[in-house]
Design a protein around this ligand. Structure first.
Ligand code: ADP
Ligand code: MG
Length: 241
């Protein structure tokens, strides 16, 4: 579904990514982890075209993003993204947050968009909050709305960039529960997260990054039981309870 091939990226003179290669197959859940500043957010932003890159290529279903074979507007219709800070529209109700892009981008009519929005709110356990504004919800609830909003576009892939790291501890599990359910339903997911319990439970593969490089890619069990590099071992010692 997604192939990252020898990608390098510079911000000005600073090289943020160096020769990174990874792939995410249909229905796979891949967790990206590594120390702060290792390039995880940068890499995930390249996948839906929020940043450009100078070398290498990223293919979505075999089509090149770098060459323009896959247009960014088209790409973003198929890829949902959930950020650390939710990024909901503050002036719109929860339900409007879920219907606006369905109507404006996908051309669904208001009734259809509302029906889909309400069904998704129910799915994330927020059907009673449809007419509130985001500021009236807890962080965990806002993040569940953000996930529902992404799903309203029927994405083929979901990207998550540390979706629980801005949340109070007691709200982390309600968001992870939604993500686990999505994974178990077969969604293709690329998740930047330090929630190693989530990784152990649903990830097919773990990609470990450090200093702009992909240090190792392992199947999940191997990553936790026998990481190949000292850097991954050090990292695991810090993040595992
Ligand atoms: P991570 O998500 O793993 O914490 P990032 O991808 O955010 O790491 O950042 C990787 C490196 O790129 C960091 O050194 C960061 O300071 C740098 N960086 C990120 N965004 C920018 C930017 N817009 N301009 C310049 N440098 C950036
Ligand atoms: Mg980041």
């Amino acid at each position: 579904m997604i192939e990252i091939k020898n990608v390098s990226k510079w911000y000005g003179k600073f090289q943020a990514l160096q020769d990174c290669s990874a792939s995410v197959g249909q229905g796979e859940v891949v967790v990206f982890c590594g120390p702060s500043g290792s390039g995880k957010s940068t890499l995930i932003k390249l996948i839906n075209g929020l940043e450009d890159f100078q070398e290498g290529d990223i293919l979505f279903k075999g089509k090149s993003i770098h060459s323009g074979e896959m247009k960014l507007s088209e790409l973003r219709k198929h890829i949902g993204m959930v950020f650390q800070h939710f990024e909901l529209f503050p002036h719109l109700s929860v339900l409007e947050n879920l219907t606006i892009a369905q109507e404006k981008v996908l051309g669904r009519n208001a009734g259809e968009a509302k029906k889909k929005g309400l069904a998704l709110l129910e799915r994330v356990g927020l059907q009673d909050h449809a007419h509130k504004h985001p500021s009236q919800l807890s962080g965990g609830q806002q993040q569940r709305v953000a996930i529902a909003r992404s799903l309203s576009m029927d994405p083929e892939v979901m990207l998550f960039d540390e979706p629980t790291s801005a949340l109070d501890p007691e709200m982390i599990n309600e968001v992870l529960a939604v993500m686990v359910e999505l994974a178990q339903e077969g969604m293709t997911m690329l998740c930047v997260t330090h929630e190693m319990g989530f990784a152990k439970k649903v990830a097919d593969k773990v990609v470990f990054m450090d200093a702009g490089t992909i240090v190792e890619t392992d199947n999940t069990e191997a990553f936790f039981s026998a990481p190949k590099s000292d850097r991954a071992r050090d990292f695991l010692e810090k993040v595992l309870p």
